[in-house]
Design a protein around this ligand. Structure first.
Ligand SMILES: Nc1ncnc2c1ncn2[C@@H]1O[C@H](COP(=O)(O)OP(=O)(O)O)[C@@H](O)[C@H]1O
Ligand SMILES: [Mg+2]
Length: 489
């Protein structure tokens, strides 16, 4: 490997600029990832809630406890919650609170003539503590680092995405009111509200996870909750290569493009890994640039020292005070950014983003919800149409093709694996048509007995046009990187 991105990837770029610190102390999303860029940093140690380990076994599929035990526990639980002086307890340090709860549980269990062994006792104490200071039955799921998403369709119907696969789990909510109470707790903690008059809420939880809830009357069978957990160990580019999301040469070429301000858009469906990819690629933006991020719920964790983060705001109860992405993009352009990073481009802000990309903010980045690179262009066209500006199709497409140089397409395959299925360069216009050429693609060759998709990445043989500006600044790649006969699994 002969370019500096091979070493960049190997070292995984950014030099630490934040002091390493113990993240378990505080779940502050800004300070996660103690050594920025160290993708090998281990798993989440304990969720940062300061509560003793509590495994998922009790909540994963299939009741581990018999009904009578659950009944008794629910009863005990209720009694404890009713009788404990919660307000006083909440003020105590956590280990002391835990001790107090434990004493009380022991006493109550004896009064109720419940025989609990040590682990049952511990579990009950954890449940009660979780209920008091945490998210109740959701707490173990929030702490499990292998779970990415938690999806609840009413209190009896819960799913998690664990290691890329969706699976049903038993989460012991007592009833709908219990779930609703947890939902309220989450929403109130971030200064929002949810009720019949305002039944939907999209928010960022205190630990950085993304939270969405829809309650009755919108949620027909009770509260619908979707949590995309904040992942401390953001998948860096090197790790994405290891996971088979792309090849090393693809990663190097894209990293170099991002570094050299070749404007890149990341396209894909929901949960295909767009935000992860944007985050990983953004690591290759030089450290001396000023970046402004714009999101609905701040998820990106850029590692550069100079990052200004902005978040939209929904309207209040009276329907006032909404701050849209477009407002933020406009404002960001008055803040002297080198690049604007838009978490997800999905409306009229596309217009301002493209203008920025065309006027001195090259290298700005965004994700877009689309299934192919061509579809991404179509979406952008639609978004530009939404601004109501009198523009011809030709001029809209001109804007797009001038602004964007590279589209990275992500797909979640049927086996749950997320891959880059296309890296496509926009080369200009021919008549009214935006011209594109594919540099890399994933070709599917079959499916094995376990349902795993088989296939490989291929280069098309076309050398991207942006190699020229790259070589001007001393970045070159071996010819094999673009050789269609050099198939990589
Ligand atoms: N290549 C990959 N392999 C395995 N997991 C991935 C990969 N890319 C992303 N993920 C995980 O998939 C989930 C969804 O990714 P995210 O980037 O939030 O998707 P999107 O922004 O497209 O909705 C996250 O939990 C993330 O950690
Ligand atoms: Mg996303």
């Amino acid at each position: 490997m002969s370019n500096r991105f091979s070493t960049l990837l190997a070292r995984n770029v950014p030099q630490p600029h934040i002091e390493a610190r113990d993240v378990s102390e505080e779940p502050n999303p800004d300070l996660e990832d103690p050594v920025p860029g160290d993708i090998s940093s281990g798993e989440d140690a304990g969720g940062g809630f300061g509560i003793a380990e509590h495994t998922l076994e009790s909540s994963i599929e299939g009741p581990v406890h018999s009904d009578s035990v659950i009944d008794a526990r629910v009863r005990l639980h209720r009694k404890i919650i009713e009788e404990l002086n919660l307000v006083a307890l909440e003020k105590l340090p956590q280990d002391q609170m835990r001790r107090e709860v434990k004493d009380f549980v022991r006493l109550t269990a004896r009064e109720e003539r419940m025989a609990l062994n040590v682990s049952e006792m511990e579990e009950l104490v954890s449940d009660v503590v979780d209920e008091m200071i945490g998210l109740g039955p959701l707490e173990p799921l929030m702490r499990d680092p292998t779970i990415n998403d938690i999806l609840i369709n009413g209190h009896e119907n819960c799913f998690v995405e664990k290691s890329g696969k969706l699976q049903k789990v038993h989460v012991p909510f007592k009833d709908e009111a219990h779930l609703l109470r947890i939902v309220n707790k989450i929403v109130v903690a971030v200064g929002r509200r949810i009720d019949e008059s305002q039944p939907m809420c999209d928010a960022r939880m205190l630990d950085g996870s993304r939270f969405n809830a829809a309650v009755r009357p919108v949620g027909v069978d009770g509260p619908l909750v979707s949590i995309r957990k904040f992942s401390k160990d953001k998948l860096a580019l090197k790790k994405l290569v290891e996971f088979g999301a792309m090849t090393e040469p693809m990663a190097q070429v894209m990293a170099a493009a991002v570094h050299a301000r070749i404007t890149t858009i990341i396209s894909g469906g929901t949960g295909t890994g767009k935000t992860t990819m944007l985050n990983a690629l953004s690591a290759f933006i030089p450290e001396d640039e000023r970046l402004i991020t714009i999101e609905d719920a701040a998820e990106l964790q850029l590692q550069q020292p100079h990052v200004a983060r902005m978040e939209t705001r929904p309207p209040n109860v009276e329907g006032l005070g909404e701050i849209k992405q477009r407002d933020l993009v406009k404002n960001a352009l008055r803040m002297r950014p080198d690049r604007v990073i838009l978490g997800e481009c999905r409306g009229e802000e596309a217009f301002d983003m493209l203008q920025a990309m065309n006027t001195g903010h090259e290298g700005s980045m965004a994700t877009i919800h689309a299934n192919t690179p061509r579809d991404a262009i179509g979406r952008l066209e639609q978004m530009l149409g939404m601004t109501g500006m009198p523009m011809t199709v030709q001029s809209i497409r001109n804007q797009i093709s001038n602004a964007i140089a590279l589209i990275v397409q992500l797909t979640r395959l049927s086996d749950g694996k997320r891959k880059i299925t296309s890296v496509t360069e926009i080369t200009g216009m021919e008549g009214e048509v935006v011209q594109m050429q594919e540099i890399y693609k994933f070709t599917r060759t079959g499916i094995d007995k376990e349902g795993n998709i088989q296939g490989h990445f291929e280069a098309s043989g076309i050398r991207p046009r942006f190699l020229e500006p790259l070589s001007d600044i001393g970045i070159t790649f071996p010819g094999s990187y673009f050789d269609p006969s050099a198939i990589q699994e």
